[in-house]
Design a binder for this molecule. Structure first.
Ligand SMILES: Cc1ncc(COP(=O)(O)O)c(C=O)c1O
Length: 452
């Protein structure tokens, strides 16, 4: 049997080969925690033109997810999204993009010089966040705008899933390349397991391995179809954007994660946790059929805010959750969880629930401005590079945004450079918390605007 990257690397670092090459820590344990931090030495292949042990790892990833081919990334799903969008489009072309897409999608649209056409997912009335896509509006937008490439996100940060089977079939008929950002669904569709949902359908499906699989931060995989015509361009744009010295610690971490693929066992642990949370009296575990069960979305039901709940879990139970919002929190689970870690979380939440007082009102969450009312006056790139004025948010209506503004998490922009600031976007901004701007500065109630 052929050695995989991790086994090969583990064997190599036990050898007495003297590294007269980069990196400068020389695998001296006095300087670095990991002896596996090598570079592209003989026998260890090259991520940017893989033919050996790294290519085998990509083929293994394709096999595990039932895809025709795969590309790995040590610069997150972000690098794969960049490569997918750059490879599948020509500068100046339109791209259909779901308003629920992550900032990494927008950065790729900006640098690829594309004209975005926005389409809205449905707004979830319970959380105020986005849920699945409106299929009819999506296909209509492709037809009306002569779209060649579309990008969507599923599942959402809250774990809500868009069914892509029919959507992809229609995209194929219309000659539109469908890119699916399935960053939060790395545990979906793993061979030999059937309890979590299947991997989405699309020409390109991108999974951020580190979000739920037992894989190190910054690792991700792109799955592609055999007949994808521009695969060589994906390799090119990965080389454009990723380090020429990709980390073997991360690649070996991917190899390791792809040997721990019992997602059904993970599902069973999560299911027990969900069962325990049916004992909540005031708080409520969000349950939907079209939802990833690995995400614990806890609705605070007006008894306290999501921020307060996160704070209590942090201070009283030493639990740090993934994210908090006005009316809910998201606690993420992953392949590394055990029945004990999940029980500690559910016991703590039940204890908080038992101590809650009376309901003290409802808290509204942010609703994003509707795509139909969003207009671009300038390309994103030109708006980013334009001279800007500082404008108080209350006086910004009708001006053009010179920066991205997004709630973080989930990193979904409310405003994009080049976009006209409307009353609806101001309302969304005023209702949001943890706002970030990009290029980065602290959001202080002002916006950087460009004169129209
Ligand atoms: C929906 C979505 N897409 C893409 C990304 C980027 O993933 P990565 O951190 O692997 O680069 C994120 C990160 O949070 C995300 O939430």
């Amino acid at each position: 049997m052929k050695e995989d990257l991790k086994t090969k690397l583990d064997g190599y670092i036990k050898s007495d080969v003297l590294p007269m090459h980069m990196p400068g820590h020389k695998r001296n344990p006095g300087f670095t925690g990991s002896k596996g931090d090598i570079t592209e030495i003989e026998g260890f292949d090259n991520l940017h033109s893989p033919k050996g042990v790294i290519r085998d790892l990509e083929k293994k990833a394709a096999d595990i997810y039932g895809a025709d081919d795969a590309f790995i990334s040590v610069n997150g799903a972000t690098a794969l999204i960049f490569a997918a969008i750059h490879a599948s489009t020509f500068r100046g072309e339109k791209i259909l993009v779901s308003s629920g897409c992550h900032i990494s999608v927008w950065h790729a649209i900006e640098t690829a010089g594309l004209v975005p056409v926005l389409t809205d997912p449905i707004s979830d009335v319970t959380t105020g966040a986005f849920e699945g896509l409106d299929h009819r509006a999506f296909i209509k937008a492709i037809e009306e705008n002569g779209i060649n490439t579309a990008v969507i996100t599923t599942p959402t940060y809250e774990g809500l899933i868009t069914d892509t089977k029919d959507l992809y079939k229609r995209c194929r008929q219309l000659g539109c390349t469908l890119i699916v950002d399935e960053s939060h669904g790395a545990h979906f569709g793993v061979k030999g397991n059937s309890k979590f949902p299947e991997t989405s359908e699309g020409d390109i499906v991108i999974k951020s391995l580190h979000k739920t699989m037992a894989s190190p931060t910054q690792t991700a995989v792109m799955l592609t179809k055999k007949d994808l015509p521009f695969k060589y361009l994906i390799r090119h744009y990965l080389a454009v954007n990723e380090s020429t010295s990709p980390s073997y610690i991360l690649m070996s971490g991917i190899a390791s994660a792809l040997t721990h693929t019992d997602t059904d066992a993970f599902f069973d642990i999560v299911k027990e946790g969900r069962k325990a949370l049916t004992g909540l009296n005031k708080l409520r575990l969000y349950e939907r059929a079209d939802m990833d069960p690995s995400k614990f979305v806890i609705l605070t039901e007006g008894y306290l805010t999501g921020y307060e709940l996160a704070d209590r879990l942090r201070k009283e139970y030493r639990i740090e959750v993934e994210a908090s919002f006005p009316s809910y929190i998201i606690a993420m689970t992953g392949m590394g969880d055990t029945p004990e870690t999940i029980k500690r979380f559910t016991d703590s939440l039940l204890a908080v629930d038992g101590k809650l007082g009376d309901r003290n009102g409802t808290t509204a969450d942010t609703f994003y401005p509707e795509a139909a009312g969003r207009k671009f006056m300038l390309s994103i790139e030109n708006a980013v590079k334009s001279e800007k004025a500082v404008t108080e948010i209350k006086k910004a209506e009708g001006k053009m945004s010179g920066e991205y503004l997004f709630a973080y998490p989930p990193g979904v922009p409310i405003l994009i450079p080049g976009e006209v600031i409307t009353g609806a976007s101001i309302k969304a901004i005023e209702g949001a918390s943890y706002l970030k701007t990009d290029p980065f500065r602290d959001f202080d109630g002002t916006l950087l605007t460009v004169d129209i």
